[in-house]
Design a protein around this ligand. Sequence first.
Ligand code: S6P
Ligand code: ZN
Length: 199
Amino acid sequence: MNPAELTSPSASTLDFATGDMVPFGRAVTRRLSEMGRAFANAEAVASLLGQGQDPVIYRSFAHGAPEQAGHLAHLTTIVLPGVVGDEYYMTRGHYHLKDSAEVYLGMAGTGLMVMQARDGRFQVEELVKNKTVYVPPGWAHRTVNTGSQELIFLAVYFSDAGHDYRSIEEHGFAARVLARSNGPEVVPVPEEGASCTAT
Ligand code: S6P
Ligand code: ZN
């Protein structure tokens, strides 16, 4: 039987200033120790963790949807302001296991989305309140908080898409966003990102 026929409609209320979703199905709090090798400066990571600091990098609230074809998942993410070394707080970043698109809506704060194809091409788009960003199928995506406030956004994607974090963990992104005295700088990292393959 088609699962879409079995699921009742549902609704949530979003707080654009905080990213809260009421009600939500699942909440995640992601700390530095759970970010793998996302941040390039391993010494800065080890130093923070060695001092007993394990800061929250981002939180998210998901509206539950069955992980089955035809359903859409949607969730808010709140990326905190901060840096690790000279790199802004950001999400881990992923490809979708089943190549499929995703739409982001900026709700508050200032950030950048770094997107890359598996051949190493990358593109960066600003993510701010009221702005949407379309992530086409096959493009990895990572969100970077370049501001001094929380970066809050809504993401909508096919709930059976799955998440490939391993390719990013192994190959990184083809560009990093670094905090400079005059603002964010997008720095290409040619040796990273280019050899990503689907898992
Ligand atoms: C899901 C969507 C977002 C991210 C979230 C955290 O497909 O792209 O909800 O999961 O922003 O990012 P990540 O890469 O650490 O899961
Ligand atoms: Zn995604």
